[in-house]
Write a new protein. Structure first.
Length: 336
């Protein structure tokens, strides 16, 4: 089915997890493009400030919501209907995290993580699919490089992103089978400089740090909004594609890299271990909301060349051909 999506300036876009990081960067860029926005997050004060900064004539409304609670997600959809008569794109971005060894993280924390990351995405996707079946539009779920390539000390977060990938893929197939005019996209960012790790609960002896290369939240926001206008199945940002290929094609090599390199890069050595984070409340560090970028040390990349290339049909086809030839050559060499 040929799905046609509206230009951004004609769209109403719902964004969860909109009070910082990727969600806020996406909201800001969408507002600059003339979209009307429904922004959801747990921190009311941050949402009010964001609304004041972005609003132009009533084009931004906010909802205080915890996406781990189904009735809160319904509130978001109700607000979109009340303010704008519906929505065209629903972006499931809200997420939480816990760092620690698998055996040390409590079941309570693991359940809380799944309530936000997985069930929040499920609740949002169900509401969006029901609304968009007739209207048409896009569902964009923010996964991770960890949707296929898990990393040490992040077992349940990786598991939640694996689960989101499965739900996203099945929903896409079922909507396509029904000829529903809905694009369903999984966005897979690699390491991104947000407040993600500042908000995470941490069992580790030091502050966790994503391995390089690190991308800006704006690089991810650009990819998300491109998918809101141009239907795409998967969007990889930065090293996410190469991590996925390694984990899927050479799992033993990926295990070795994870053990020898990734685990050491994650343990930054900075004193910030064993803290509660924002899993259960958005009030522990209220000053961290309303900010797009985090405090990840080192250089940040503002664009992903791979992502940019795949957004253009000719270049995307060329990449696919080159990738196919490379795999064929590798398989041939292994037979000899």
């Amino acid at each position: 089915m040929n799905i046609r999506l509206k230009p951004l300036h004609e769209q109403v876009i719902v964004i969860t997890g909109a009070s910082s990081g990727i969600g806020l960067a996406t909201a800001k860029l969408a507002a600059e493009q003339g979209a009307r926005l429904v922004l959801a997050a747990r921190n009311e004060e941050a949402l009010q400030d964001i609304q004041r900064n972005l609003d132009a004539g009533g084009t931004v409304v906010t909802v205080v919501a915890d996406v781990g609670q189904q009735e809160n997600v319904q509130k978001i959809a109700d607000k979109a209907m009340e303010a704008f008569g519906g929505f065209d794109t629903w972006i499931n971005n809200a997420a939480t995290s816990v760092w620690g060894k698998f055996e040390e993280v409590t079941d309570e924390d693991n359940r809380r993580l799944f309530e936000t990351n997985f069930w929040g995405t499920v609740y949002g996707s169900k509401l969006a699919a029901a609304h968009l079946r007739q209207r048409g539009g896009a569902i964009i779920n923010v996964g991770s490089a960890e949707s296929a390539a898990p990393i040490p000390f992040h077992a349940m977060y990786s598991a939640s992103k694996h689960a989101i990938k499965a739900v996203t893929d099945v929903l896409r197939v079922e909507l396509h089978k029904d000829n529903a005019p809905v694009s369903v996209t999984l966005v897979r960012p690699a390491s991104t400089d947000t407040l993600f790790n500042d908000h995470a609960k941490n069992y580790l002896p030091s502050a966790p740090m994503f391995p390089p290369p690190v991308y800006t939240p704006e690089a991810v926001a650009e990819a998300i909004l491109h998918a809101a206008v141009h239907p795409q199945r998967d969007v990889y940002i930065g090293a996410a594609k190469s991590m996925t290929k390694m984990a899927q094609s050479f799992p033993r090599v990926y295990d070795w890299v994870s053990e020898k390199f990734l685990s050491k890069q994650i343990l930054s050595g900075r004193p910030d271990g064993n803290r509660q984070g924002e899993m259960y409340s958005a009030d522990h560090n209220p000053g961290s909301y309303g900010r797009i970028s985090g405090s990840t040390p080192g250089p940040k990349l503002h664009h992903s060349l791979y992502t940019k290339a795949t957004q253009h049909p000719v270049t995307s086809t060329a990449l696919a051909v080159v990738g196919g030839l490379a795999v064929r050559a590798l398989l041939k060499s292994r037979r000899h």
